[in-house]
Design a protein around this ligand. Structure first.
Ligand code: ATP
Ligand code: MG
Length: 460
């Protein structure tokens, strides 16, 4: 009885919904011209038909921070069917929660109906697991409930392009001005409902230059283990967002500080424990950040290959020391690492294939005699393999001269290339002699480079 009463109190059915702060145009810093034309047209159309319609979430946050939003989401009190009926080019998507994609030219905006979320509400259609994680939350709600079910105060802002007002139920604008990331409601309960929010906190703080509020941060370390119960595909989505945010180096450092990496990249621990591995992963993340921030595409397979490389190398050594020949040892090490990771992140097959190609190419960069370098140049993933090699050089894992040799070799004309190879004639004889004594570390699957003046021949 009491529970039911409290449920009704908290669901807002007995009390009128809390009133938002309405921040007028000019006081929040959003220039209405930075709202995409598709978002403008969609909100106008909905409002013309008597519905409430706001730009919401990440776009409003980013505009107030003076950043260009990646995309625009719209929140409305119209049902998905009502939205669908208003826009010729639209379709209803989603199973967990149905929303509508409205398309205008090349742009798509996502329109979602206000959603409620209050576990105390007994009419609520939600189901949670034994850790409090919400498995289903298919309930419509009012605007205030829609604000409250969002994760952070800065993500719960509504902007009306018609009036240019921001509707703020949780002091998100004040938090943004203070550059503070604060959870709505009780942080521990919200993390239990959806542990992904811990990763979102770290990613948003690192990528938007926000500081995680003390109470929001405090439970993370203790609850980090809850990530183990999140479906691997959701973890992967969130990790990709984090790694491709342009601030991956910072975000991964923060993940480690909070102990969150155990749940997502358990191998990172081992990798980072070794100085060389740490330098390598750091260099990989920094170079990805540079690429992303300068608008170049970054390859997820490359990133995962880099994050897991120190582990492949370590495993390779263990297997090779037992007497396994280099190539099979490398392949077994790759398989082992991929298998260990599979239960945590569902790395899709296409990224997995890229990772294997990049790894398998590494020993081939050490072979700079005969036709082999030419064959490697023709490899469809040569560029990724080469970039990976340069990272290994810059982290001191192998001699930088090997990377320089390949840089020159790619740019060189025919005769210069021939000369670069010719200089290897002498060392090749030495190699043949050595071969009789057993496999060399730099042949086949060997991963450490020879000294630049060694058997592969140094560039002259
Ligand atoms: P970005 O798109 O830059 O990664 P975002 O905040 O827009 O950041 P989205 O994943 O696009 O992130 O989510 C859109 C909005 O949905 C968020 O701003 C937030 O209000 C809400 N949201 C997303 N994920 C969660 C979650 N796990 N729990 C609660 N609310 C969420
Ligand atoms: Mg978004």
């Amino acid at each position: 009885m009491i529970r039911r009463f409290l449920g009704r109190v908290f669901s807002g059915r007995l009390f009128r919904p809390a009133q938002p702060k309405i921040i007028p145009s000019g006081a929040h810093g959003i220039d209405s011209r930075s709202i995409s034309s598709c978002a403008q047209r969609t909100t106008q159309m909905l409002q013309r038909h008597g519905f409430a319609a706001f730009v919401v979430g990440g776009a409003v946050r980013d505009l107030i921070l003076g950043r260009k939003p990646k995309d625009f989401d719209i929140a409305t009190d119209a049902t998905p069917e009502e939205v669908r009926a208003l826009f010729r080019r639209s379709r209803i998507i989603g199973r967990r929660f149905r929303l509508v994609h409205v398309m205008c030219g090349p742009e798509t905006v996502e329109v979602s109906t206000f959603r409620g979320s209050n576990p105390a509400d007994e009419t609520d259609d939600r189901v949670a697991d034994e850790h409090g994680r919400i498995l289903r939350d298919n309930v419509f709600g009012n605007q205030e409930q829609d604000a409250t079910r969002r994760d952070f105060t800065v993500n719960a802002l509504f902007y009306d392009p018609a009036t240019q007002e921001v509707w703020d139920y949780h002091d998100g604008v004040a938090d943004l001005k203070k550059r503070r990331l604060r959870m709505i409601g009780d942080p521990e309960r919200r993390y239990r409902e959806d542990p992904i929010r811990m990763l979102r906190a770290v990613r948003l703080a690192a990528s938007r230059g926000l500081e995680i509020d003390a109470a929001t941060r405090r439970p993370i370390r203790r609850l980090a283990g809850l990530l183990a119960h999140v479906p691997p595909s959701r973890l992967l989505d969130e990790m990709l967002k984090l790694l491709l945010s342009g601030h991956a180096a910072e975000a991964v450092a923060q993940l480690r500080k909070e102990g969150l990496h155990h749940g997502v990249l358990p191998l990172l621990d081992a990798a980072m424990g070794r100085a060389a591995g740490e330098r390598f992963v750091e260099a990989a993340l920094r170079s990805t950040d540079e690429r992303v921030l300068s608008g170049k595409p970054a390859m997820p397979g490359f990133l995962f290959a880099a994050l897991l490389w120190p582990e492949v190398e370590a495993e390779y050594k263990v297997i090779a020391e037992k007497g396994e020949p280099p190539v099979p040892a490398l392949y077994r090490a790759m398989d082992h690492v991929m298998r260990t990771q599979a239960g945590k992140l569902a790395i899709p097959h296409r990224h997995g294939a890229d990772m294997r190609e990049i790894w398998a190419m590494q020993p081939r960069f050490l072979q700079r005699a005969g036709r082999r370098p030419f064959r490697l140049l023709e490899h469809p993933r040569f560029r990724a393999g080469y970039d990976f090699l340069r990272l290994r050089c810059s982290s001191g894992e192998i001699e930088s001269m090997i990377g320089e040799w390949w840089e020159r070799f790619q740019r060189a004309g025919e005769s210069e290339r021939a000369q670069m190879l010719v200089s290897e004639g002498e060392p090749r004889k030495r190699r043949r002699r050595r071969r009789r004594r057993g496999p060399r570390s730099d042949e086949g699957g060997g991963m450490r480079g020879p000294t630049p003046t060694g058997a592969q021949g140094a560039p002259t």
